[in-house]
Design a protein around this ligand. Structure first.
Ligand SMILES: Nc1ncnc2c1ncn2[C@@H]1O[C@H](COP(=O)(O)OP(=O)(O)OP(=O)(O)O)[C@@H](O)[C@H]1O
Length: 270
């Protein structure tokens, strides 16, 4: 079986994110040593790897939040390593990000949080319109309308994730980056969040870069999965193909008891 790590886009269009030969080091520690990865337009790409394998560092490099030590990264055809403020702003404007901890401003209401990017990018928007847009995003993220006036501390963990998602969607980005979105959620909350991502991808045509440890999420919603190990992307393929990859970490991860349970659940839901 040939696993194509970087085979471009099946439809022949350029990938939305293109990573080539990326190196990331922290002092003596080499986290990435020649990472290659494509994210195709409209796909949900899962990114997995052991703890410390460099999933978050890769996401930060793609977003330009960390400058890679070597290699090329393109986002929507633009050089993501560029320091040109126009390029930076365009990439930022096109990328909704849900960080691992949600990163909401605790002293602002949910509505005010969602309005932060709107204020930054569209300062001329009348306040009432900004409020209506925030309300729309809050509903889109599956929250009740009255969540708009609540503080993050007044919400459950699952609702806070949805509030952070509403903020990530504020500017209608074509690209959504999610760092462990279901971590800390109970299985029912996690499944509901997965379903929401799938719905939003369909409805909004999003391309999704999704870091996760959650096997249920991989089986339920990812079109392809990239495996980070040995400081590289070992392979990028549909999860059913990855299960057959001959690598100790992959075998342990995809063929352990938890993976078998996730597979069975995904099969039952088909
Ligand atoms: N700012 C930093 N300074 C020094 N080392 C860092 C920094 N950021 C990340 N690292 C190191 O890089 C490695 C990869 O970190 P990263 O957070 O990307 O891992 P991860 O795969 O996302 O892990 P997890 O699944 O546990 O979240 C870790 O060993 C981490 O300690």
């Amino acid at each position: 079986m040939a696993l194509q790590a970087n085979d471009g886009n099946a439809a022949g269009t350029a990938p939305v994110v293109r990573v080539r030969g990326v190196v990331n080091r922290f002092g003596e520690q080499v986290v990435h040593d020649g990472v290659d990865l494509d994210v195709r337009r409209g796909e949900i790409l899962g990114v997995v790897g052991g703890s410390g394998s460099g999933k978050s560092v890769l996401m930060r490099s793609v977003l330009g939040l960390r400058r890679a030590d070597a290699g090329r990264i393109e986002v929507l055809g633009m050089d993501a390593t560029s320091t040109d403020p126009v390029v930076r702003r365009h990439i930022e404007r096109s990328s909704g990000v849900l960080f691992q901890d949600g990163a909401l401003f605790s002293s602002l209401t949910v509505g005010e949080n969602v309005q932060v990017p709107l204020k930054e990018y569209y300062p001329e928007l009348p306040e009432s319109l900004r409020y209506e847009l925030a309300l729309l995003k809050i509903k889109l993220a599956g929250l009740p309308a009255d969540a708009i006036d609540k503080l993050p501390s007044q919400l459950s963990g699952g609702m806070r994730k949805r509030a952070a998602l509403a903020r990530a969607l504020a500017l209608d980005p074509p690209l959504l980056f999610l760092d462990e979105p279901t971590a800390g959620l109970d299985p029912i909350g996690a499944a509901a969040f997965d379903a929401l991502i799938l719905t939003l991808r369909r409805a909004l045509g999003l391309t999704v870069f999704l870091i996760t440890h959650d096997l249920d999420t991989l089986y339920a919603i990812c079109d392809r999965v990239a495996v980070l190990a040995d400081r590289k992307v070992l392979a990028t393929a549909p999860v059913a193909e990855l299960e057959r990859l001959d690598h100790p970490w992959v075998q342990e991860y995809f063929n352990g008891p938890r993976a078998r349970a996730a597979r069975a659940t995904a099969g039952a839901n088909d």
